[in-house]
Design a protein around this ligand. Structure first.
Ligand code: GRG
Length: 306
């Protein structure tokens, strides 16, 4: 696709407008935590999860607005995870997305609170999808409401102990251990990283009215993207460039973390990223329809440098 980068930039801009519309106003006695929340969300970032959600929604013919609060909600959950992950008690990182991390700017207590607040506010935001009216007949409205309820469930589960928090728990427990198994590592990747990508694509499909079988295939596709994304993240932590990444490299070594790269080497890791991504594209192809940008997006992640 010739002007993929141009289209990508426009899409990021549009997504940031949607996210911005759902951010809280910085006012009242809780102002400081609201500022810390907005600082964290507005720090930039690839906006990959809302983008995957929107593209999957379109792939299945979605044309409504109920996707928008979910896009903002997922980015809030993703941002909270980064804020907490950067805390001294976890990875203890001072830079993220090219800026000082939230705890460095606002102090630890406010970074903890901002993360908690973003998680809660994400659900307050996603719930705003409910009153969005359609011109459709009554029967279709009921189906739409059931879709929103199902999407809420996916959001909650994939972010929780059977999703991202579960993966982070196993990851922290494995830190410093020099005998992590491939099974453990896959559990960590599937939950810590792939779960939110699965939430993105499954919610897009569900809200567009995809069937159960289609949502299952999208879950598998997003699994592949998520695992590939994490392996690439581990590769970049070894061979990436601090300026492009917006954060220091070598964090895994610093924290004595075993990764796909330490277990399998750089070359095998790169091949795996390619294979998983191509399989994901094949799944997308199997649905037919206009998925040119989505496929380009998935393939662009193989060679991402940030
Ligand atoms: C603290 C409950 C809790 C969970 C933290 C997601 C996570 C778990 C930690 C973040 C650190 C990390 C390496 C996670 C793996 C997923 C990942 C590579 C996140 C970074 O996502 P990008 O690259 O970030 O999409 P941007 O900044 O572009 O949004």
């Amino acid at each position: 696709m010739e002007d993929f980068q141009k289209i990508l930039k426009t899409k990021v801009f549009e997504i940031e407008k949607i996210i911005g519309a759902y951010l809280p106003k910085e006012e009242g006695f809780q102002r400081k935590v609201l500022e810390a929340m907005n600082y964290s969300v507005l720090a930039g970032g690839k906006r990959l999860r809302p983008m995957l959600m929107q593209e999957t929604y379109r792939l299945f013919g979605g044309r409504g607005k109920e996707i928008e609060p979910f896009m903002a909600a997922l980015e809030m959950i993703h941002t909270y995870s980064l804020v907490h992950d950067d805390l001294p008690a976890m990875d203890n990182d001072d830079y993220r997305r090219g800026r000082k991390t939230t705890h460095v700017v606002y102090g630890e207590a406010f970074a903890i609170l901002a993360g908690d607040a973003l998680l809660n506010f994400a659900f307050e935001t996603a719930l705003k999808a409910f009153p969005i009216q359609t011109e459709e007949p009554e029967r279709l409205r009921v189906e739409q409401l059931l879709g929103i309820a199902k999407a809420m469930e996916v959001l909650a589960v994939k972010a929780g102990i059977y999703g991202m928090i579960g993966g982070q728990t196993a990851d922290i427990e494995a830190e410093g251990s020099n005998s992590i198994t491939t099974e453990q590592l896959l559990f960590i990747h599937e939950n810590k990283t792939a779960a939110l990508i699965q939430a993105a694509m499954m919610i897009g499909a569900i809200l567009a009215g995809a069937g159960v079988g289609e949502v299952q295939r999208i879950e598998k596709c997003a699994y592949n993207i998520g695992i590939a994304f994490q392996i690439q993240d581990d590769i970049l932590d070894v061979i990436g460039n601090q300026e492009e990444l917006g954060k220091p490299i070598g964090s895994d070594e610093k924290n004595h973390k075993q990764t796909y790269v330490t277990l399998n080497g750089l070359e095998e890791s790169k091949e795996q990223v390619q294979k998983l991504s191509e399989e994901a594209v094949q799944i997308i192809d199997s649905f037919g329809g206009d998925s040119m940008f989505l496929k380009e997006l998935i393939l662009s992640l193989i060679h991402r440098n940030k």
